[in-house]
Design a protein around this ligand. Structure first.
Ligand code: A3P
Length: 267
């Protein structure tokens, strides 16, 4: 988190915020939304997706105030910290915590930054479980947003559901956003183009389109794009501990029965 002024930005009714805990599919959904909303969207090295859609907490107020409208934002802010406007649209993308911790581990390993001493998956897992990963607790983040699931201007998407029904998810996003986005998803040819350009295979190509070169291996940002990759990393004990924590933290919330298939130990 680099900026000190992101929470102070002026918001507008046509703002769109794509809110996620890290590694829940923000890039994927932003790429879909940019295609639906922006006429001149052509991400490339030097004008990456991150230039079209600023990450609020990275760049801060001054740069954001100069962005043309309609503006599309990425954020990792909790609900309470998040800039708000009663008419702005919020797309919250969620993903099961077992795959999130694995995806986050690989991203940290791949950053051109020194990692902490003794950095390995087990060490990273403990950090995540203790809520001490830099972005705070996965569970606290989601619990704050869960109180707002019924807000008229919030769309909830599960990463796993987008994998299961990619086209249907693009339609859902377009209908929620309305305007140009709504028109595109009603046009079968244009809808097919958006879906094709956002498949895992096509997003895996030329990854200089997504983020500035902050990775040792730029091609590993869009990495596996699946569910249950956690089975290649977790021990049974780690899996049981995560299940226990999930139950304890999300009991009585909208999420208490989510991801039963995706998180179970048995294949
Ligand atoms: P993995 O590391 O598990 O592969 P974020 O953009 O929030 O950082 O999320 C990154 C995750 O989304 C990565 O997960 C990445 O591979 C996945 N992802 C990005 N584009 C995708 C696509 N088109 N289809 C499926 N997964 C995608």
């Amino acid at each position: 988190m680099l900026s000190w002024s992101g929470k102070q930005i002026q918001t507008y009714p046509d703002d769109v915020f794509i809110a996620t805990y890290p590694k829940c599919g923000n890039t994927w959904v932003r790429h879909i939304i940019c295609q639906l909303m922006l006429e001149d969207y052509k991400p490339r090295a030097g004008k990456e997706l991150n230039v079209y859609t600023r990450t609020i907490e990275d760049v801060g107020k001054e740069l954001i105030d100069r962005m043309p409208r309609p503006r599309i934002f990425k954020s990792h802010y909790t609900y309470n910290d998040h800039p708000k406007h009663p008419e702005a649209k919020y797309v919250l993308v969620v993903r099961n915590p077992k795959d999130v911790v694995v995806s986050a581990y690989h991203m940290c390993k791949n950053l051109k930054l020194p990692v902490f001493e003794g950095f390995d998956f087990n060490g990273f897992f403990e950090l995540f479980m203790a809520g001490k990963y830099d972005f705070g607790s996965y569970f606290d983040y989601h619990k704050e947003w869960f109180d707002h699931m019924k807000d008229h201007n919030l769309l909830l998407l599960k990463y796993e559901d987008i994998i299961k029904d990619h086209k249907g998810s693009v339609v859902k996003i377009g209908e929620f956003l309305g305007g140009r986005a709504g028109e595109i998803v009603e046009n079968l040819e244009k809808l097919a183009q958006v879906v094709e350009a956002s498949t895992f295979k096509s997003m895996k190509e030329d990854q200089r389109r997504w983020v500035q070169d902050i990775f040792k291996d730029q091609n590993q940002f869009v990495r596996k794009g699946t569910t249950r990759d956690w089975k290649n990393h977790f021990s049974k004990e780690q899996s049981d501990r995560m299940d226990e924590k999930f139950k304890e933290e999300f009991k009585g919330t909208i999420a208490e029965n989510w991801w039963q298939e995706e998180m179970k130990w048995e294949d």
